[in-house]
Each structure stands twice: as structure tokens, then as C-alpha cells.
Design a protein around this ligand. Structure first.
Ligand code: AMP
Length: 180
């Protein structure tokens, strides 16, 4: 077993499966147990940075709320800014909005219309905890593009391979630390 695969096995052992949340039939990957463990959280961030630090990233766009948790330390380490992608009514200035289907229900997300106004054609990495059906990442990518950003890729802690979310992301590079 390599050092990297030992670290990934440690992260896997700390993530909790919650059956039938938030709806019957969904197995929810609960990362609160990982982010509250200092060694596990640092290990996950370090593994992300190892995979991403050769990329030229200007902004990290993160859908609320668990995306924020990963975006802030990654942006700090990679020298990027953080762009919040939020539910409607949360961002204070003028927004662009997008409604999309989820694994469980539908949702609307918003981005500040001037999120990238300070930089021409910025490279924007999308970061979240879980890539499930891909609806959230796709909506975030569409919002980033509408606001003038170039989506350079998607990075997630967990990819649920059986839901094939990556098929929604038209060939974008996807970094996933763990696959289920
Ligand atoms: P999706 O849009 O279907 O790719 O779902 C991604 C968003 O929903 C992410 O922000 C996840 O936090 C959350 N999510 C979806 N399915 C799950 C799951 N099975 N376990 C944990 N989070 C999930």
C-alpha cells in the first residue's frame, strides 16, 4: 500500500454513511466526521493540493454550504480567490441564477454577476464535497461561464461513480480523492 492509498483509506474510514437521508433510498456521505478530525482534514487538503498545485487557478467557485469548507483552505494554499455560489437571496449584490435537478429534488444557485470583474478570462476551479448527479457542478459551471470565468476543472472529495455525474460536465478535468 502506498502512502497516498493509506491516507485515502484513513479518510474513507472516517466518512460516515447515513442511510435514507435526506430521503429514503439515498445513502448520504457525511463528511462532518472528517472535517472535525484535525489530522483527517489536513490530510484531505494536502492530498488536494498535491493534485492541483501545478494548475493556474485564479478563483475557486464553491456551491454552498459544504463546498465553502473545502474552497477556503484550498484557495489559501493555491493562491486563488474564493467565489461563493449560493442559494437565491443570500448574495447581497446583483446576481445571475440557475435552476437545476438534484439527486433529491431541484435547486437554484446564484453567483455575483461581477464575481470575476477584476480579471479577464480568469481560470476558475469548482470545488465541492460530493459529485453525485453532477447537477450542482454543472449549474456552478454554467454560472461561472455566465459571469465571464473559464472553468478549468472540478475538484471533489467524493465522486459517486454510479451516478455518472461526470457525464454532465462535458469532458472537464475532474479531481476526486475518493470514489464510491
Ligand atoms: P449533485 O448535484 O447531484 O451532484 O449533488 C451534489 C450536491 O449534493 C453536493 O453539494 C453534495 O453536497 C450533495 N449530495 C448529493 N448527494 C449526496 C450524497 N449521497 N451524500 C452527500 N452529499 C450529497
Amino acid at each position: 500500500m502506498t502512502v497516498r492509498s493509506k491516507k485515502l483509506a484513513m479518510l474513507d474510514s472516517i466518512i460516515r454513511d447515513i442511510p435514507d437521508f435526506p430521503k429514503p433510498g439515498i445513502v448520504f456521505k457525511d463528511i462532518t466526521t472528517l472535517i472535525s478530525n484535525p489530522l483527517a482534514f489536513k490530510t484531505a487538503i494536502d492530498l488536494f493540493v498535491e493534485q492541483l498545485d501545478d494548475q493556474d487557478i485564479d478563483f475557486i467557485a464553491c456551491p454552498e454550504a459544504r463546498g465553502f469548507v473545502w474552497a477556503a483552505p484550498l484557495a489559501y494554499q493555491l493562491g486563488a480567490g474564493v467565489t461563493l455560489v449560493r442559494k437565491p437571496g443570500k448574495l447581497p449584490s446583483a446576481t445571475l441564477q440557475h435552476t437545476f435537478d438534484l439527486e433529491y429534488g431541484s435547486d437554484t444557485l446564484a453567483i455575483h454577476a461581477d464575481a470575476f470583474a477584476e480579471k479577464d478570462n480568469p481560470n476558475v476551479l469548482i470545488v465541492d464535497d460530493v459529485l453525485a448527479t453532477g447537477g450542482t457542478a454543472k449549474a456552478t459551471a454554467d454560472l461561472v461561464a455566465a459571469a465571464g470565468g473559464q472553468v478549468s476543472g472540478v475538484a471533489v472529495l467524493i465522486e459517486l461513480d454510479f451516478l455518472d455525474g461526470r457525464s454532465q460536465l462535458s469532458g472537464l478535468p475532474i479531481t476526486a480523492l475518493l470514489h464510491y
